[in-house]
Design a protein around this ligand. Sequence first.
Ligand SMILES: [Zn+2]
Length: 413
Amino acid sequence: MASHEARYRYRLRVNPAEAEALKGVFDSCRFVWNQALGRWNDLWRYEGVSLRLASADKELTDWRSRFEWLAAQPSVPEQQVLRDLFASVSAFFDKSNPAGRPNFKKRQSGYATARWTKNGFKVEGTGLGLASDRLEVATAEGRLPLRVVWSRPLPSTPTSVTIYRDRGGRYWASFVVRVEVPLAPVAATGRATGLDVGLSTFATTEDPAHDIENPRFARRAARALARSQRNTARKQRGSKNRARAKTRQARVAATVANQRADFHHKTARRLVADYDRIGVEDLRVKNMSKKGKGRHKSGLNRSIADAGWGQSRRTLEWQATKAGKDVVALPARNTTQKCSSCGAKAKPRIELSDRVFRCRECGLVLGRDRNAARNLNPDRIGTPAGGSEPAGVAVPVGDDGSKPKVPAGTLAA
Ligand SMILES: [Zn+2]
Protein backbone atom coordinates (compact mmCIF):
# COMPACT_ATOMS: atom_id res chain seq x y z
CA MET A 1 0.00 0.00 0.00
CA ALA A 2 1.19 3.46 -0.80
CA SER A 3 0.19 6.75 0.67
CA HIS A 4 -1.30 9.47 -1.48
CA GLU A 5 -2.27 13.08 -0.87
CA ALA A 6 -5.88 13.94 -1.62
CA ARG A 7 -8.25 16.87 -1.26
CA TYR A 8 -11.73 16.54 0.21
CA ARG A 9 -14.06 19.46 -0.25
CA TYR A 10 -17.20 20.37 1.72
CA ARG A 11 -19.71 23.16 1.73
CA LEU A 12 -19.69 25.48 4.76
CA ARG A 13 -22.70 27.15 6.31
CA VAL A 14 -21.48 30.58 7.34
CA ASN A 15 -23.52 33.23 9.15
CA PRO A 16 -22.80 36.98 8.79
CA ALA A 17 -20.71 37.15 11.98
CA GLU A 18 -18.61 34.19 10.91
CA ALA A 19 -18.28 35.69 7.43
CA GLU A 20 -16.93 38.86 9.02
CA ALA A 21 -14.34 36.94 11.05
CA LEU A 22 -13.25 34.99 7.97
CA LYS A 23 -13.07 38.19 5.95
CA GLY A 24 -10.46 39.50 8.41
CA VAL A 25 -8.27 36.47 7.74
CA PHE A 26 -8.84 36.64 3.97
CA ASP A 27 -7.92 40.35 3.95
CA SER A 28 -4.71 39.76 5.89
CA CYS A 29 -3.74 36.95 3.50
CA ARG A 30 -4.36 39.09 0.46
CA PHE A 31 -2.32 41.89 2.02
CA VAL A 32 0.61 39.58 2.76
CA TRP A 33 0.50 38.12 -0.75
CA ASN A 34 0.50 41.53 -2.43
CA GLN A 35 3.11 42.95 -0.07
CA ALA A 36 5.50 40.01 -0.55
CA LEU A 37 4.91 39.91 -4.31
CA GLY A 38 5.70 43.64 -4.46
CA ARG A 39 8.93 43.05 -2.54
CA TRP A 40 9.87 40.21 -4.81
CA ASN A 41 9.15 42.31 -7.93
CA ASP A 42 11.23 45.24 -6.64
CA LEU A 43 14.19 43.13 -5.57
CA TRP A 44 14.15 41.30 -8.87
CA ARG A 45 13.80 44.41 -10.99
CA TYR A 46 16.20 46.75 -9.22
CA GLU A 47 18.73 44.47 -7.62
CA GLY A 48 18.48 41.30 -9.68
CA VAL A 49 18.09 39.10 -6.62
CA SER A 50 15.27 36.83 -5.62
CA LEU A 51 13.50 37.27 -2.31
CA ARG A 52 14.02 34.15 -0.26
CA LEU A 53 11.39 32.43 1.81
CA ALA A 54 13.40 32.83 5.02
CA SER A 55 13.80 36.58 4.50
CA ALA A 56 10.14 36.93 3.50
CA ASP A 57 9.24 35.22 6.78
CA LYS A 58 11.34 37.84 8.58
CA GLU A 59 9.62 40.62 6.66
CA LEU A 60 6.26 39.19 7.68
CA THR A 61 7.32 39.49 11.31
CA ASP A 62 8.25 43.08 10.58
CA TRP A 63 4.89 43.86 8.91
CA ARG A 64 3.08 42.30 11.83
CA SER A 65 5.00 44.53 14.24
CA ARG A 66 4.08 47.61 12.21
CA PHE A 67 0.41 46.90 11.48
CA GLU A 68 -1.74 46.18 14.46
CA TRP A 69 -4.67 44.89 12.39
CA LEU A 70 -2.36 42.43 10.68
CA ALA A 71 -0.91 41.21 13.98
CA ALA A 72 -4.46 40.71 15.29
CA GLN A 73 -5.05 38.07 12.60
CA PRO A 74 -3.67 34.54 13.05
CA SER A 75 -0.12 34.09 11.76
CA VAL A 76 -0.53 30.54 10.38
CA PRO A 77 -2.53 31.51 7.24
CA GLU A 78 -0.18 34.46 6.61
CA GLN A 79 2.84 32.16 6.65
CA GLN A 80 1.04 29.77 4.32
CA VAL A 81 0.53 32.64 1.87
CA LEU A 82 4.29 33.11 1.65
CA ARG A 83 4.72 29.40 0.90
CA ASP A 84 2.09 29.60 -1.83
CA LEU A 85 3.72 32.67 -3.32
CA PHE A 86 7.10 30.98 -3.41
CA ALA A 87 5.59 27.93 -5.05
CA SER A 88 4.09 30.25 -7.73
CA VAL A 89 7.44 31.98 -8.20
CA SER A 90 9.27 28.67 -8.66
CA ALA A 91 6.59 27.53 -11.12
CA PHE A 92 7.15 30.79 -13.00
CA PHE A 93 10.89 30.05 -13.23
CA ASP A 94 10.41 26.38 -14.12
CA LYS A 95 12.13 26.21 -17.50
CA SER A 96 10.54 22.97 -18.65
CA ASN A 97 6.96 24.05 -18.00
CA PRO A 98 6.77 27.71 -17.01
CA ALA A 99 3.60 28.94 -15.37
CA GLY A 100 2.32 32.50 -15.65
CA ARG A 101 3.72 35.32 -13.57
CA PRO A 102 2.15 35.53 -10.10
CA ASN A 103 -0.46 38.27 -10.00
CA PHE A 104 -1.54 40.75 -7.37
CA LYS A 105 -4.82 39.83 -5.74
CA LYS A 106 -7.79 42.11 -6.03
CA ARG A 107 -10.44 42.47 -3.40
CA GLN A 108 -13.07 43.09 -6.08
CA SER A 109 -12.70 39.63 -7.57
CA GLY A 110 -15.01 38.23 -4.90
CA TYR A 111 -12.81 35.18 -4.50
CA ALA A 112 -10.93 34.92 -1.21
CA THR A 113 -8.96 32.17 0.44
CA ALA A 114 -6.88 31.24 3.48
CA ARG A 115 -5.17 28.06 4.60
CA TRP A 116 -4.69 26.82 8.14
CA THR A 117 -2.21 24.10 8.97
CA LYS A 118 -1.80 21.96 12.07
CA ASN A 119 -1.67 24.66 14.75
CA GLY A 120 -4.34 26.80 13.14
CA PHE A 121 -7.32 24.45 12.92
CA LYS A 122 -8.95 21.41 14.39
CA VAL A 123 -11.75 19.05 13.49
CA GLU A 124 -13.48 18.56 16.83
CA GLY A 125 -15.01 15.20 17.55
CA THR A 126 -13.69 12.13 15.80
CA GLY A 127 -11.73 14.33 13.45
CA LEU A 128 -12.87 12.22 10.54
CA GLY A 129 -15.78 14.26 9.31
CA LEU A 130 -18.68 12.51 11.00
CA ALA A 131 -21.97 14.36 11.39
CA SER A 132 -21.28 15.61 14.92
CA ASP A 133 -17.81 16.95 14.07
CA ARG A 134 -17.05 20.63 14.03
CA LEU A 135 -14.34 22.56 12.28
CA GLU A 136 -12.52 25.23 14.25
CA VAL A 137 -10.13 27.74 12.73
CA ALA A 138 -8.01 30.46 14.32
CA THR A 139 -9.24 34.01 13.65
CA ALA A 140 -8.72 37.44 15.22
CA GLU A 141 -11.71 36.67 17.48
CA GLY A 142 -10.18 33.43 18.67
CA ARG A 143 -11.20 29.96 17.60
CA LEU A 144 -14.14 30.11 15.25
CA PRO A 145 -16.38 27.03 15.08
CA LEU A 146 -17.82 26.47 11.60
CA ARG A 147 -20.64 24.28 10.39
CA VAL A 148 -19.46 21.86 7.73
CA VAL A 149 -21.86 19.93 5.53
CA TRP A 150 -20.15 16.55 5.88
CA SER A 151 -21.28 15.03 2.62
CA ARG A 152 -18.90 12.10 3.23
CA PRO A 153 -16.47 11.21 6.02
CA LEU A 154 -12.80 12.11 5.82
CA PRO A 155 -10.49 9.13 5.19
CA SER A 156 -7.97 10.32 7.80
CA THR A 157 -7.17 13.28 10.01
CA PRO A 158 -6.49 16.27 7.74
CA THR A 159 -3.12 18.04 7.72
CA SER A 160 -4.50 21.37 6.52
CA VAL A 161 -7.71 23.11 5.60
CA THR A 162 -8.24 25.81 2.98
CA ILE A 163 -11.36 27.88 3.40
CA TYR A 164 -12.47 29.89 0.45
CA ARG A 165 -15.32 32.05 -0.68
CA ASP A 166 -16.15 31.55 -4.34
CA ARG A 167 -17.24 34.32 -6.67
CA GLY A 168 -20.83 33.36 -6.05
CA GLY A 169 -20.40 34.15 -2.33
CA ARG A 170 -20.46 30.53 -1.13
CA TYR A 171 -18.01 29.11 1.39
CA TRP A 172 -16.06 25.88 1.09
CA ALA A 173 -13.57 23.93 3.17
CA SER A 174 -10.99 21.86 1.32
CA PHE A 175 -9.04 19.43 3.49
CA VAL A 176 -5.71 17.87 2.60
CA VAL A 177 -5.56 14.27 3.81
CA ARG A 178 -3.23 11.34 3.33
CA VAL A 179 -4.98 8.27 2.04
CA GLU A 180 -3.72 4.76 1.72
CA VAL A 181 -4.18 3.59 -1.86
CA PRO A 182 -5.78 1.65 -3.35
CA LEU A 183 -8.47 3.16 -1.20
CA ALA A 184 -11.27 1.36 -2.99
CA PRO A 185 -9.75 -1.45 -5.05
CA VAL A 186 -11.60 -2.33 -8.22
CA ALA A 187 -11.45 -5.87 -9.60
CA ALA A 188 -9.01 -6.44 -12.44
CA THR A 189 -10.53 -6.99 -15.87
CA GLY A 190 -7.35 -7.91 -17.73
CA ARG A 191 -8.16 -5.22 -20.27
CA ALA A 192 -6.14 -2.22 -21.41
CA THR A 193 -6.96 0.65 -23.72
CA GLY A 194 -5.70 3.88 -25.10
CA LEU A 195 -7.81 6.98 -24.70
CA ASP A 196 -8.23 9.40 -27.57
CA VAL A 197 -9.72 12.72 -26.58
CA GLY A 198 -11.63 14.32 -29.38
CA LEU A 199 -14.30 16.64 -30.61
CA SER A 200 -17.10 14.36 -31.65
CA THR A 201 -16.68 11.92 -28.75
CA PHE A 202 -15.29 13.07 -25.41
CA ALA A 203 -13.03 10.05 -25.14
CA THR A 204 -12.69 7.11 -27.50
CA THR A 205 -11.48 3.75 -26.20
CA GLU A 206 -10.66 0.57 -28.09
CA ASP A 207 -14.17 -0.69 -27.65
CA PRO A 208 -17.20 1.36 -28.80
CA ALA A 209 -19.12 0.02 -25.80
CA HIS A 210 -16.76 1.87 -23.43
CA ASP A 211 -16.55 5.20 -25.26
CA ILE A 212 -17.42 8.33 -23.33
CA GLU A 213 -19.85 10.59 -25.15
CA ASN A 214 -19.80 14.33 -24.69
CA PRO A 215 -21.85 15.37 -21.67
CA ARG A 216 -25.43 16.25 -22.40
CA PHE A 217 -25.37 19.24 -20.07
CA ALA A 218 -22.66 21.02 -22.12
CA ARG A 219 -25.00 22.69 -24.59
CA ARG A 220 -27.47 23.79 -21.93
CA ALA A 221 -24.62 25.05 -19.74
CA ALA A 222 -23.09 27.06 -22.58
CA ARG A 223 -26.48 28.72 -23.16
CA ALA A 224 -26.97 29.51 -19.48
CA LEU A 225 -23.48 31.01 -19.24
CA ALA A 226 -24.00 33.17 -22.31
CA ARG A 227 -27.36 34.35 -20.96
CA SER A 228 -25.93 35.38 -17.60
CA GLN A 229 -23.02 37.15 -19.31
CA ARG A 230 -25.41 39.14 -21.49
CA ASN A 231 -27.49 39.95 -18.45
CA THR A 232 -24.43 41.35 -16.61
CA ALA A 233 -23.33 43.35 -19.65
CA ARG A 234 -26.72 45.10 -19.82
CA LYS A 235 -26.40 46.45 -16.28
CA GLN A 236 -24.80 49.81 -15.64
CA ARG A 237 -21.17 49.68 -14.50
CA GLY A 238 -20.71 50.16 -10.78
CA SER A 239 -24.41 49.72 -10.06
CA LYS A 240 -25.90 47.44 -7.43
CA ASN A 241 -27.79 45.57 -10.14
CA ARG A 242 -24.55 44.84 -11.92
CA ALA A 243 -22.97 43.48 -8.73
CA ARG A 244 -26.00 41.23 -8.25
CA ALA A 245 -25.89 40.08 -11.86
CA LYS A 246 -22.18 39.32 -11.47
CA THR A 247 -22.86 37.17 -8.42
CA ARG A 248 -25.56 35.30 -10.33
CA GLN A 249 -23.18 34.85 -13.26
CA ALA A 250 -20.53 33.44 -10.91
CA ARG A 251 -23.09 31.00 -9.51
CA VAL A 252 -24.01 29.78 -12.96
CA ALA A 253 -20.31 29.34 -13.75
CA ALA A 254 -19.77 27.46 -10.48
CA THR A 255 -22.73 25.18 -11.20
CA VAL A 256 -21.34 24.37 -14.63
CA ALA A 257 -17.89 23.72 -13.13
CA ASN A 258 -19.48 21.36 -10.61
CA GLN A 259 -21.42 19.53 -13.30
CA ARG A 260 -18.24 19.16 -15.30
CA ALA A 261 -16.25 17.87 -12.32
CA ASP A 262 -19.05 15.43 -11.57
CA PHE A 263 -19.03 14.23 -15.18
CA HIS A 264 -15.24 13.72 -15.02
CA HIS A 265 -15.52 11.66 -11.84
CA LYS A 266 -18.32 9.50 -13.22
CA THR A 267 -16.56 8.81 -16.51
CA ALA A 268 -13.24 8.16 -14.75
CA ARG A 269 -14.90 5.62 -12.42
CA ARG A 270 -16.45 3.90 -15.42
CA LEU A 271 -13.11 3.72 -17.24
CA VAL A 272 -11.22 2.27 -14.28
CA ALA A 273 -14.00 -0.27 -13.79
CA ASP A 274 -13.64 -1.36 -17.42
CA TYR A 275 -9.86 -1.23 -17.79
CA ASP A 276 -6.74 -2.03 -15.75
CA ARG A 277 -4.36 0.11 -17.78
CA ILE A 278 -5.27 3.26 -19.65
CA GLY A 279 -2.85 4.98 -22.01
CA VAL A 280 -3.19 8.73 -22.56
CA GLU A 281 -1.31 11.19 -24.71
CA ASP A 282 1.46 12.89 -22.80
CA LEU A 283 0.84 16.31 -24.16
CA ARG A 284 0.76 19.60 -22.44
CA VAL A 285 -2.76 20.92 -22.52
CA LYS A 286 -1.18 24.31 -21.87
CA ASN A 287 0.72 24.18 -25.15
CA MET A 288 -2.13 22.67 -27.05
CA SER A 289 -4.65 25.33 -26.14
CA LYS A 290 -2.33 28.22 -26.97
CA LYS A 291 -3.97 30.64 -29.33
CA GLY A 292 -3.61 29.50 -32.89
CA LYS A 293 -4.37 31.13 -36.16
CA GLY A 294 -7.55 30.59 -38.09
CA ARG A 295 -11.03 29.38 -37.32
CA HIS A 296 -10.08 25.79 -37.36
CA LYS A 297 -7.62 26.10 -34.48
CA SER A 298 -9.85 28.34 -32.42
CA GLY A 299 -12.60 25.73 -32.64
CA LEU A 300 -10.24 23.07 -31.43
CA ASN A 301 -8.94 25.35 -28.68
CA ARG A 302 -12.38 26.07 -27.44
CA SER A 303 -13.36 22.46 -27.35
CA ILE A 304 -10.21 21.53 -25.41
CA ALA A 305 -10.97 24.23 -22.92
CA ASP A 306 -14.63 23.17 -22.86
CA ALA A 307 -13.91 19.54 -22.37
CA GLY A 308 -11.46 20.46 -19.61
CA TRP A 309 -9.14 17.64 -20.53
CA GLY A 310 -6.51 18.73 -17.97
CA GLN A 311 -9.00 18.42 -15.13
CA SER A 312 -10.44 15.25 -16.57
CA ARG A 313 -6.96 13.73 -16.81
CA ARG A 314 -6.16 14.55 -13.16
CA THR A 315 -9.50 13.09 -12.12
CA LEU A 316 -8.80 9.95 -14.12
CA GLU A 317 -5.37 9.59 -12.49
CA TRP A 318 -6.88 10.01 -9.05
CA GLN A 319 -9.68 7.53 -9.65
CA ALA A 320 -7.16 5.04 -11.05
CA THR A 321 -4.86 5.47 -8.05
CA LYS A 322 -7.83 4.98 -5.75
CA ALA A 323 -8.89 1.83 -7.58
CA GLY A 324 -5.39 0.38 -7.91
CA LYS A 325 -5.33 0.79 -11.70
CA ASP A 326 -2.79 2.53 -13.95
CA VAL A 327 -2.88 5.57 -16.18
CA VAL A 328 0.13 5.58 -18.49
CA ALA A 329 1.29 8.75 -20.25
CA LEU A 330 2.64 7.98 -23.70
CA PRO A 331 4.43 10.29 -26.14
CA ALA A 332 1.90 11.75 -28.55
CA ARG A 333 3.67 10.84 -31.76
CA ASN A 334 1.81 9.70 -34.83
CA THR A 335 -1.08 8.30 -32.86
CA THR A 336 -3.39 9.48 -35.63
CA GLN A 337 -1.07 8.81 -38.56
CA LYS A 338 0.00 5.27 -37.71
CA CYS A 339 -1.93 2.09 -38.49
CA SER A 340 -2.76 0.42 -35.20
CA SER A 341 -2.65 -2.98 -36.83
CA CYS A 342 0.51 -3.09 -38.97
CA GLY A 343 2.26 0.11 -37.87
CA ALA A 344 2.41 1.63 -41.37
CA LYS A 345 2.20 5.38 -41.70
CA ALA A 346 -0.84 6.82 -43.41
CA LYS A 347 -0.30 8.05 -46.96
CA PRO A 348 -1.59 10.62 -47.66
CA ARG A 349 -1.67 12.09 -44.15
CA ILE A 350 -4.88 11.83 -42.17
CA GLU A 351 -6.38 15.29 -41.95
CA LEU A 352 -8.70 16.51 -39.22
CA SER A 353 -11.62 16.18 -41.61
CA ASP A 354 -10.86 12.50 -42.28
CA ARG A 355 -13.01 10.45 -39.94
CA VAL A 356 -11.82 7.05 -41.12
CA PHE A 357 -8.36 5.52 -41.14
CA ARG A 358 -7.75 3.31 -44.19
CA CYS A 359 -4.48 1.42 -44.26
CA ARG A 360 -3.01 0.79 -47.69
CA GLU A 361 -0.61 -1.80 -46.32
CA CYS A 362 -2.88 -4.15 -44.44
CA GLY A 363 -6.35 -3.04 -45.35
CA LEU A 364 -7.41 -1.94 -41.89
CA VAL A 365 -10.46 0.30 -41.95
CA LEU A 366 -11.22 1.91 -38.65
CA GLY A 367 -12.66 5.08 -37.19
CA ARG A 368 -9.89 7.61 -36.92
CA ASP A 369 -10.28 8.10 -33.15
CA ARG A 370 -10.53 4.35 -32.55
CA ASN A 371 -7.27 3.85 -34.42
CA ALA A 372 -5.60 6.55 -32.28
CA ALA A 373 -6.97 4.95 -29.10
CA ARG A 374 -5.47 1.61 -30.09
CA ASN A 375 -2.11 3.28 -30.73
CA LEU A 376 -2.22 4.63 -27.19
CA ASN A 377 -2.90 1.28 -25.59
CA PRO A 378 0.12 0.63 -23.33
CA ASP A 379 -0.25 -3.13 -23.87
CA ARG A 380 0.16 -2.74 -27.61
CA ILE A 381 3.41 -0.79 -27.31
CA GLY A 382 6.31 -3.00 -28.26
CA THR A 383 4.16 -5.67 -29.90
CA PRO A 384 5.29 -6.45 -33.46
CA ALA A 385 4.41 -3.52 -35.71
CA GLY A 386 2.62 -1.95 -32.79
CA GLY A 387 -0.55 -3.94 -33.26
CA SER A 388 -2.04 -7.22 -32.14
CA GLU A 389 -4.12 -8.11 -35.19
CA PRO A 390 -2.43 -10.03 -38.00
CA ALA A 391 -1.90 -8.03 -41.16
CA GLY A 392 -4.80 -8.06 -43.56
CA VAL A 393 -7.53 -8.13 -40.94
CA ALA A 394 -9.98 -5.37 -41.57
CA VAL A 395 -11.72 -4.16 -38.44
CA PRO A 396 -15.19 -2.71 -39.01
CA VAL A 397 -15.61 1.04 -38.94
CA GLY A 398 -16.57 2.21 -35.47
CA ASP A 399 -19.38 4.53 -34.61
CA ASP A 400 -16.97 7.41 -35.04
CA GLY A 401 -16.30 6.35 -38.59
CA SER A 402 -19.62 7.77 -39.60
CA LYS A 403 -20.45 11.45 -39.89
CA PRO A 404 -19.03 13.20 -36.81
CA LYS A 405 -21.35 14.69 -34.26
CA VAL A 406 -19.93 18.06 -33.35
CA PRO A 407 -20.77 19.27 -29.85
CA ALA A 408 -22.06 22.73 -29.06
CA GLY A 409 -19.44 25.43 -28.82
CA THR A 410 -17.09 23.90 -31.35
CA LEU A 411 -16.64 24.62 -35.00
CA ALA A 412 -17.15 21.88 -37.50
CA ALA A 413 -13.91 20.84 -39.16
ZN1 LIG B 1 -2.02 -1.39 -41.52
